[in-house]
Write a protein that binds this ligand. Structure first.
Ligand code: HEC
Length: 448
């Protein structure tokens, strides 16, 4: 089921959603259908989520976890390289039309088709953050935009199927304590940049995808244009990890590595498995990189020190982040806030300037604590266990129910439920609770 500009054709969405248990066609594939001049393959949402928890062995790379956990990236290199292969095998040869993968099954998150950032129809890419001037390299003087697609292995896909078992009533209690994603959940996410390639040395010999994307970050107008592979993220649920139960890692493209276009040009940036709550300094923050500043005091981030990694900015005070991520955040800092409803912004700076706490203060450090898988960031919400796509999908669903769903009699309940829940929260908490939009790098107005 394809939706042409999700917001306008609610009736088509409704038909798709009436189909009952999740199977092909239950959730819309994308929000932005390429023009008819495009004759190539079209994105299909992989949504036949396993109905039973897969019982096979854990991914083989689980055996490569360094013991003890070490902030020396070389101890992690075999693990990171094996996760990369796990993400790429069977996907690269099929241009990431993951249903064609004969090595293993992969699934997509539903409800990412919706709204102005929603999935486009060629590879299912969603719109992400703006690329700031000089964020990638000193020679990069114009801004750009980012697009990405996330995939979940069968163990992660199972949990998505549980949460969305009733497509009209998502239930995040399946990811909130005492529940969480199950051990062996793997998420991979390649990211693509629309930026002047001649200004970014490491994007030489690019891997290019055609994508139906906005012609610039601030524009709503879409066109088909090439975007270049720049980063690939992963997240692995592993209950052996103290403090969080998760490992996040990322790779950066460097086309000089092999001298020709290819996914083997992805070099590791590093991994993180905690937010280093004790490190309150700011001297390794590096918004416009000319070198990579590795903070040796961090105990829960390990960064690749080899010259294969082009100079890059990392996250706040050197915690892990990728080239198109926010330099005052970190993978797990953002992802730890994932909850439903989203009662806090993803980063302390995503608020009105007068509300941003001093860098490194106790209030700021709320975003750099460690929380175990399944723990909500705000006690009144349900955790979506580090999955921002799950949190955003549920928020999109309620937004559609409330704002677009007036036409559908059966839509009333879910909207009212959500609204009543929020009203109750607002009245009972001091200061009154607010619900935030899950959008990258924005100063956010509260939704309700
Ligand atoms: C500024 C906040 C922010 C930072 C920093 C960030 N992410 Fe995300 N990430 C998001 C949001 C929002 C989504 C969901 C929407 C989307 O797909 O972009 C997401 C999606 C993902 C997904 C898909 C599954 C999911 O959880 O939704 C993975 C995997 C992921 N990010 C990994 C990483 C890694 C690894 C890093 C660090 C290298 C990172 N992220 C840094 C905000 C962030």
């Amino acid at each position: 089921m394809h939706i042409v500009r999700g917001r306008l054709t609610g009736a088509v969405v409704a038909l798709a959603l009436c189909a009952g248990a999740a199977s092909a066609g239950t959730f819309p594939d994308f929000g932005y259908q390429p023009p008819s001049s495009y004759t190539g393959p079209i994105f299909k949402l992989s949504q036949n989520y396993p109905q039973k928890l897969p019982s096979g062995p854990l991914p083989a790379f689980f055996k490569l976890l360094p013991s003890p956990l070490s902030n020396d990236f070389e101890a992690w290199r075999p693990y990171a390289e094996a996760v990369k292969q796990y993400c790429l095998e069977g996907n690269v040869e099929n241009d990431w039309y993951v249903q064609k993968n004969t090595v293993r099954h992969w699934y997509h998150a539903p409800w990412q088709h919706y709204g102005p950032l929603g999935r486009e129809g060629i590879h299912g890419l969603t719109k992400e953050a703006q690329i700031q001037s000089k964020q990638l390299a000193p020679t990069q003087t114009t801004t750009g935009q980012t697009f990405a697609v996330g995939i979940y292995n069968d163990i992660g896909g199972y949990t998505f199927g549980q949460v969305w078992k009733n497509p009209q009533d998502p239930d995040p209690s399946f990811t909130s304590k005492p529940n969480s994603f199950h051990d062996g959940t793997v998420v991979c996410k390649p990211l693509f940049a629309d930026v002047d390639l001649s200004q970014v040395p490491f994007l030489v010999n690019p891997v290019l995808w055609q994508a139906y994307v906005t012609d610039s970050f601030d524009s709503a107008n879409r066109e088909i244009k090439p975007v270049a592979l720049i980063q690939m993220d992963f997240a692995v649920r592993d209950s052996r990890i103290p403090g969080t139960g998760w490992i996040f890692g990322t790779f950066q493209y460097n086309g000089a590595v092999t001298g020709k276009p290819g996914w083997d040009n992805l070099v590791p940036v590093g991994v993180m498995w905690g937010n280093d709550p004790e490190d309150t300094g700011d001297s390794y923050t590096n918004k416009q990189p000319t070198v990579t500043k590795i903070n040796p005091d961090l105990k829960e981030t390990a960064i690749n020190a080899k010259p294969e990694l082009p100079p890059t900015h990392l996250g706040w005070n050197g915690r892990l982040d990728g080239p198109v991520d926010n330099p005052v955040s970190a993978c797990m800092s953002c992802h730890m806030t994932a909850e439903s409803p989203q009662l806090s912004p993803m980063n302390p700076t995503f608020q009105a300037p007068d509300k941003v706490p001093p860098v490194g203060s106790k209030e700021w450090m709320r975003w750099f604590q460690n929380e175990m898988a399944g723990t909500p960031f705000d006690a009144a919400a349900k955790s979506t266990d580090f999955s921002l796509q799950l949190a955003a999908g549920i928020a999109d669903f309620y937004d559609w129910k409330c704002n677009q769903g007036g036409v559908f009699a059966e839509g009333g309940n879910a909207c009212e439920q959500a609204r009543n829940f929020r009203l109750k929260l607002m009245k009972s908490s001091k200061p009154p609770a607010k619900v935030y939009k899950i959008e990258r790098d924005q100063v956010l107005e509260e939704l309700h």
